[in-house]
Design a protein around this ligand. Sequence first.
Ligand SMILES: N[C@@H](CCC[C@H](N)C(=O)O)C(=O)O
Length: 290
Amino acid sequence: MRIRFTKMQGAGNDFVVLDETRQRLDLSAAQYRQLADRHFGVGADQILSVRPAPAPGIDFEYVIHNADGGEVEQCGNGARCFARFVVDKGLAGARRSIKVKTLSGVIEPRLNEDGRITVDMGPPVFELADIPFDAAGLSPHPFGGWQQWHIALGTHAEYALVHIAVLSMGNPHAVQLVDDVDAAPVAKVGPLVENHNRFPKRVNAGFMQVVDRGRIKLRVWERGAGETLACGTGACAAVVAGIRLGKLDHRVDVETRGGLLTIEWAGGAAPVYMTGPAVTVFEGEMELQE
Ligand SMILES: N[C@@H](CCC[C@H](N)C(=O)O)C(=O)O
């Protein structure tokens, strides 16, 4: 089966984008993995499928698969690339703002005059069962007006206990405060947190260094993709956690290894706004194994 694709990136988080507005491709998990493979495929952290509006009042459906082939609820950097794709391909008419259905709800990306894209990512979710996070037998540790959870990482004596803030941005996140993000043991601790049995759907593990009240440095070990150069929902989750832990103001620049994102959150049930770049890298065709 031969398919056309567009390769895109948002702050270095990279995507294969598939136009399924006219025809469903119905790819298997193995075919998503083949596309994402950096040696035998195109190479990507996620594969994004653009599908027609599923209901009145919605412009498109946005389907996301991680590099491991699993379908997931949300992807922030991908949402900006999705918007850039449908506008550049003329699929959105003259609209600069679109309503997009994802597995976790409707989000609204908007193209700005400066070329960056702002996405209304909806409000963060703190209800433990909805993240989901299994806190049975654990007590929360008060911290800066909110709380952290101390979870044990099994037999790994060096990293026996990590202190995490947990929340969902449509997808699950566990955020740790670190003194020096460049020295953080992301590749060791990331997979242990991702697969921890307290997270029944696994989790994205963020490592946040607070530079000042308006700036953080962030690395994220993503569920189903490993460490990426940036994670949009990870940036939203880190800033929301930092605000609730009393460390950050309401508008924060997030330095990732792939670029800068700006996150704004007024608190409570207000939506989180994420602003950043979205770039088309190249287009191509690829033969997929059946
Ligand atoms: N790169 C994304 C997040 C993609 C999904 C994530 N790995 C998950 O499994 O939830 C972003 O920019 O938000």
